[in-house]
Design a protein around this ligand. Structure first.
Ligand code: FAD
Length: 435
């Protein structure tokens, strides 16, 4: 029996604390989605289940951009600038990862064709002026009757993880008030087929990343932009990836993101060693890392669901294979790892939204990197385990898990490899310049 005096004291204390902590600031943590978030997530899920997934195998085999699917998404308002703004303007930050998870659950190759444009439009948003937002962001997507895609071109043959090695050069021509761009970009998603190419180039090579800037290159309005080899890939085969060559490509001076005046000021500060460490590529990656993690979770969840269903229906030794702990425990680990990765993604999404409101100064411990790293590695492991659970069937193209495994692998490579994410986190937690 409890002591009635103590109980009464506890009740008083609980009442007083409860009243205090129901004030704003105490009651805001919640993992429950609101009605609108659930509705938008379910809308994306329906499109993924009814349109994307049935087309997945075909476009994977064709290794082409699925324009009809992009158009269908645009017609219902799921592809386009408005759709992106709608997802972006969520104070919790969750709508973007929620929708990405669903679309990539449908199929990663097709979903990348739907979402690859987001990297270029995010670059314009994070580095551009308000005028540049209205001039270029809508054009990245086109209209439902005339859909377009955009490309973000940072990587080069000699500059993947090491963005300071970018050699593509932008030179200002004061006579014509234009930038002249020369160089080669590598592995660009939508490279060469995009209307808008956002290109990271160096203006002053002596300043390393601080001497770089991002430029908007509208393909149909310039001469000298040429698509190189379209790459044949292990996965994400419905997404176009290619090298892009820039040979004396001339664009108006106003096409440098942030404006020329700001760039000149930034370069001047860098020359006097007062600049911040931010650069054009990094600002974009910071904002998008957790979203890439959500894509990986979509793939992992899809493979896990296939494996769970299969394990319940496939019988060996006279009983479903899930009756064996060896299989059931794999599925338990897969479910747990997917949820753990999603929680990291949601945390980073929430911090990113706060950062945008000016409430959180930075990702202090590499939270964006943690989310992307964990989700990418979970996707690779879960899709591999799914193949194992499906046995011989899992290894064939009769079942989707082999495609999902191929698709998952890119998530330990692009938007910062797993090693680079660990470097970012290690530097953040230690405050040291670990190499
Ligand atoms: C399908 C696909 C789509 C892509 N889309 C785009 C795009 O749209 N835009 C774009 O700009 N780029 C894109 N990329 C390029 C991608 O971002 C790069 O491939 C990636 O950044 C890795 O660079 P890298 O391939 O040159 O590898 P490298 O940098 O050469 O790395 C090779 C290996 O060395 C490791 N490594 C390198 N440096 C270190 C270090 N300091 N410490 C420890 N390990 C290290 C890496 O982790 C990796 O394992 C895409 C790539 C692919 C395959």
């Amino acid at each position: 029996m409890s002591d009635p005096v103590v109980s009464a004291d506890v009740m008083t204390l609980a009442g007083a604390l409860g009243a205090e902590r129901s004030k704003p600031g105490w009651s805001t943590f919640s993992l429950a989605l609101n009605d609108e978030q659930r509705e938008i997530r379910d809308w994306a899920h329906t499109f993924a289940a009814e349109v994307i997934r049935p087309a997945a195998s075909e476009w994977d085999e064709r290794e082409e951009t699925p324009w009809p699917v992009i158009q269908e998404a645009a017609k219902i308002g799921l592809y386009g600038l408005d759709a992106n703004v709608n997802l972006f303007v969520d104070p919790s930050g969750l709508l973007m990862p929620l929708v990405h998870e669903e679309l990539f659950w449908g199929d990663a190759g097709i979903a990348m064709s739907l979402k690859g444009t987001g990297l270029a439009s995010s670059a314009i948003f994070s580095n551009g002026t308000a005028e540049q937002w209205s001039q270029w962001m809508g054009r990245c997507y086109g209209t439902p009757d005339d859909v377009r895609v955009a490309a973000f071109c940072s990587s080069e043959p000699g500059a993947g993880s090491d963005v300071s090695a970018i050699r593509t050069r932008a030179t200002y021509d004061a006579v014509t008030d234009e930038w002249v761009i020369n160089g080669q970009k590598a592995w660009a998603t939508n490279g060469g087929i995009a209307d808008i190419h956002v290109v990271v180039a160096t203006v002053d090579p002596s300043l390393g990343t601080k001497g770089q800037a991002a430029f908007v290159v509208p393909r149909t309005e310039v001469r000298g932009l040429q698509q190189g080899t379209k790459l044949r890939k292990h996965g994400l085969r419905a997404s176009h990836t290619a090298d892009v060559f820039f040979d004396n490509v001339r664009i108006p001076a106003a096409n440098v993101l942030g404006g020329k005046e700001k760039l000149d000021e930034r370069l001047a500060r860098a020359r006097s060693a007062q600049a911040s460490g931010r650069n054009a590529s990094m600002a974009t990656f910071e904002m998008t890392r957790h979203i890439v993690g959500a894509q990986a979770i979509g793939i992992a969840r899809a493979a896990y669901e296939v494996a769970l269903d299969y394990a319940k229906s496939r019988e060996q030794f006279g009983r479903p294979i899930i009756d064996n702990q060896g299989i059931a425990f794999k599925l338990a680990d897969m479910a747990m790892e997917i949820d753990a990765a999603r929680l990291l993604v949601w945390r980073a999404a929430n911090m990113s939204a706060a950062l945008m409101r000016g409430e959180t100064p930075d990702y202090r411990h590499g939270e964006g990197s943690m989310a992307k790293l964990k989700a990418g590695e979970v996707a690779v492991r879960v899709t591999e385990e799914a193949i194992q659970i499906l046995g011989g069937n899992g290894y064939t193209r009769e079942y989707p898990v082999e495609r999902m495994h191929r698709d998952a692998k890119i998530y330990t490579i692009f938007e910062g490899t797993s090693e680079i994410q660990r470097l970012v986190i290690a530097r953040a937690i230690s405050g040291m310049r670990i190499r």
